[in-house]
Design a protein around this ligand. Structure first.
Ligand code: G6P
Length: 612
């Protein structure tokens, strides 16, 4: 969703804010804006990307050492110049940037209008700044007190930064449900939706918690109070982020860089979790709560998007290896359907960003009902990572391309390790079998690297499908979630409609769509159901569909039936998702690039969905 940056200190604010916005642009990119205060409070904003804002302000005088900036992902009101943030209050005395949704904005707006307030935009954000203004004026309060009083009237999610025309020494920021990080430098403060705009200036950060307000004042220490006015002691944490992780490092897009990082990220994810002899798995989150896991009646996995697909792979893994019943839920459904949750259930939340609003709400609800909550997150210090009872980080490093790639394979790696660790503790697999699988896991990064060498080959046949309007992806068993993920990647970034299906279900519907125009991607590496998948391929061919297959090295049968194929190295069936996903990511990437799409920032999508 929206990206927020703020700065107060001795330096010129504008370059810091613009650079910060660029780092956060993956969060939202339909409009952008900036506010800087010197002798007056200047606000400039425009529809479009950060580059459009840069052009818009190129000839403007924006000197000043206090300011804030925003990239928007529209919720209330279409993306245009007026609805872009920052928003002014009446008389342009205050300005606000906001990430989130004010749910009771209509009621608040109505009562403000009765008090003579007028509105320029159709946003909920403008309502909030007018409310702060109204409270400030009518009760003659300080900026902090007015923000605090207003937030007590607000229902919804927010991360906000507020500036005041007559107060060049203070920024006030607050959060509830949407992330906000304060960076602490020497005589200066930074604010951002995540740490990426901050890391090049300071590694000392404070993650604000829900209902906390930060007061950033020149020459003062950071003050944090709750909206109930309770003083908090801010806990300063050290960032472990490296600035080079935020650059494209010579790749044309972040997505391509992230696809190519996977041999390293999968290895990083396993590092320290498998012993040298490859006989045991140690995951602190499991060891510390072993009783819970050994006595779990059931595991419920809750997630959204690509993380939900990783959850489906997790279901196959945990049931097959550790013999624990698993259900996989869309967070957005789970949170609202009054589910039965037993105290001996374990709920696993999977989230790359650790900020997805539905997933957070789902685990909040499950926690209230007594479940033990485990998190699998990528972003260190994220809201979900801090909320869970225990968890494992995926260690994939910052993922900036909006379409998730390396985070998916890291999530699947963590789930595989968890399933094996539990299988070992429960004795559902022999020690010999565990060691065999761990040895094989160790070879996965090299096998991924081998598949990446086929990028040119994949690019070549991708050209042929640039004009396709539909795609079908088929897989069985562990390859069914891979088919779903392959289809999601393609539709997210190329805007070609794509559906993933369990191969055998094709005859119950999608087969009606097949003709010579329809490319069908079949992941045909299964051992148990190999013959059956071949029958599905024959069914497609009989209707003149075009087959693109993912096959095991040396398989000539499916190869001969395919129009195009990608060979992947042989591996254990349960580890195939870590390999079979790679060519599908590359194919989606090349088709999207050849269609001229913006792969890193696909239309309408956001990397971190902090609203429902
Ligand atoms: C958005 C992103 C997807 C992601 C999903 C869940 O839709 O565009 O790439 O899979 O959110 O995000 P999470 O951060 O919870 O994994």
């Amino acid at each position: 969703m929206c990206g927020i940056v703020g700065y107060i200190g001795p330096r010129e604010a504008k370059p810091i804010l613009i650079k910060g916005l660029k780092r956060l642009e993956y969060r939202g990119y339909d409009s952008a804006g900036i506010a800087i205060l010197n002798d007056s409070l200047r606000v400039y904003k425009t529809k479009g990307k950060v580059a459009d804002l840069e052009r818009h302000i190129a000839d403007k005088d924006l000197h000043g050492t206090i300011g804030m900036a925003h990239t928007r992902w529209a919720t209330h009101g279409e993306p245009n110049d007026v609805n872009a943030h920052p928003h002014f209050s009446q008389n342009e005395e205050l300005a606000l940037i906001h990430n989130g949704i004010i749910e009771n904005y209509a009621v608040l707006r109505e009562s403000l209008m009765q008090n003579g307030y007028q509105f320029n935009s159709s946003t909920d954000t403008e309502v909030l700044i007018q409310l702060i203004h109204f409270i400030k004026k009518s009760a003659n309060l300080s900026l902090f007190e007015a923000v605090r009083a207003a937030l007590n009237q607000v229902i919804g999610a927010y991360a906000i930064v507020v500036m005041e025309k007559d107060n060049p020494n203070t920024l006030v920021a607050a959060r509830n449900g949407s992330p906000l990080v304060v960076g602490i430098g020497k005589d200066e403060f930074f604010l951002a939706s995540d740490a990426s705009p901050i890391v090049e200036y300071t590694k000392d950060v404070v993650y604000l918690d829900d209902e906390e307000i930060a007061i950033l004042e020149r020459g003062q220490k950071l003050k944090v109070k709750t909206i109930k006015n309770i003083e908090k002691n801010p806990v300063v944490q050290k960032l472990e982020l490296d600035i080079s992780q935020l650059e494209k490092s010579g790749f044309e897009h972040f997505m391509l860089k992230e696809i190519f990082e996977q041999p390293v990220t999968i290895r990083d994810c396993m590092r320290g979790r498998i012993n040298n002899n490859k006989t045991t798995i140690s995951m602190a989150g499991i060891i510390d709560h072993l009783d819970k896991f050994l006595n779990a009646r059931r595991i419920i996995i809750t997630a959204a998007g690509t993380s939900w697909h990783a959850g489906l792979v997790g279901e196959y893994l945990l049931e097959e290896l550790a013999r624990i019943p698993v259900e996989v839920e869309y967070s957005s459904e789970f949170r609202y359907r009054n589910p039965i949750i037993y105290p001996d259930d374990i709920v696993i939340a999977i989230s790359q960003s650790g900020e997805t609003a539905d997933t957070y709400a789902a685990i909040e609800m499950a926690k209230k009902r007594g479940a033990f909550i485990y998190g699998i997150c990528n972003v260190v210090g994220s809201t979900i990572a801090r909320f869970v009872d225990a968890g494992s980080y995926t260690h994939a490093g910052p993922e900036i391309g909006v379409a998730s790639t390396k985070a998916f394979t890291a999530q699947v790696t963590v789930l595989t390790l968890m399933a094996l660790a539990l299988a070992q503790k429960k004795g559902t697999l022999t020690e010999e079998r565990i060691s065999q699988i761990l040895h094989e896991m160790h070879t996965i990064p090299d096998k991924v690297a081998k598949i990446l060498k086929k990028a040119e080959e994949i690019k070549e046949f991708s050209k042929i499908f640039t004009y396709a309007r539909n795609f079908l992806y088929l897989g069985r068993g562990y390859n069914f979630p891979v088919a779903l993920e392959g289809a999601l990647k393609l539709k997210e970034i190329s805007y070609i409609h794509a559906e993933g299906y369990p191969a055998a279900e094709m005859k119950h519907g999608p087969i009606a769509l097949i003709d010579q125009e329809m490319p069908v991607v079949v992941i045909a590496t299964n051992k148990g159901t190999y013959e059956k998948v071949i029958s599905n391929i024959q069914e497609v061919k009989a209707r003149k569909g075009r087959i693109i297959s993912i096959i095991t090295e040396g398989d000539t049968t499916v190869k001969d039936l395919s129009d195009f194929y990608v060979e992947i190295p042989e591996t254990e069936e349960m580890l195939v998702p870590l390999l079979a996903t790679i060519p599908l990511q590359l194919m989606a990437y090349y088709i999207a690039v050849l269609r001229g799409c913006n792969v890193d920032q696909p239309r309408n999508l956001a990397k971190s969905v902090t609203v429902e």
